[in-house]
Design a protein around this ligand. Sequence first.
Ligand SMILES: [Zn+2]
Length: 348
Amino acid sequence: MPSLSLLPLKVTGFYKGIHQYSGIIPPDPIEKALAIRQSYHQSRMVPHMERIRRLLKYAYFPLMFLGFNGVAIALVQAQVAYSSLWILMAVALFVSFTIEHLIPYNGLWNRAQADGLRDSLHFVINESSNYAGVLLLPLLGGLTLLPSAWPEEWPFWGQLLLAVVVFDIGSTLFHWLSHKSPLFWRFHAIHHAPKRLYGFNGIMKHPVFQLMDALVALGPLVLIGIPQDVAVVLVFSIFVQLLIQHSNADMRTGPLRHVFASAEVHRFHHLKGQAGDVNFGLFFSFWDFALGTAYFEKRNAPLRSTDIGIGHAPHYPTDYWGQLKAPFQYRQKTSIRNGKNVMGAGEP
Ligand SMILES: [Zn+2]
């Protein structure tokens, strides 16, 4: 009685033997069996991966929005050092970039466009300034005009939500104004320069614009005495929201897109020219409904690189230092922005 392990070999030999006179080389049964087994596993794996991808489309937004903000709240409430939020930011970036590759909205936008160094510099410099500003908050205590106005008795998440809403109103209005005013547009144009949308684009802001935005949107919160812990988590939430808004992940938020300004909504803001004067909100879409600038569209094909950018400035600088200098080098050229000639806009 041959051992079971020898059986396939003997069968193989016999099988080859009876066909050697026919001139036809039959498929090796073992190879065939392995191929069948492999295709069986692949057929099980493909739907499995498809299921994961489908799930990720719906899980991306709650995972990023609730998951990372929830962890940030827990860390600050547990009085863990603020520096831990930098680690959490790195994790959020890693998770978001990984999901972008698993469920890309536009596959080409996952390819770098020699923008890695520039975007990393924007990220490190802008986020460092944000956290430096928050760390200086205790020194700005004298600016608090209505210290008793802040509802310290509210649960932490409620205080954060209040801060987000106040910040969002100021930031959205200033964003809207920066598309109307040639002076402010000079400093905002950088944000519209990329030819692909991915997680890092959100933090692409000129430091002068960032400062003005902070004065307009964070100023009221300082005046009513926002606590430092809440301000730190607010800065983190803004970072996560900018990541969500510009992510290349093909996320689906369903009817929630009428409430939250995710990438599904914000991508249209990056359309060239007047078409991009929509969806200014950072966190919520309410303000765009109020401004009459809310725009929702279902497209069968994703936006392409040729659809986005600065229509009237095709040669806008693409390197970090060039972009820092750009607002100060704008020639007084006429622009077709908003359908009429405006001074100050145009390419540098
Ligand atoms: Zn804009």
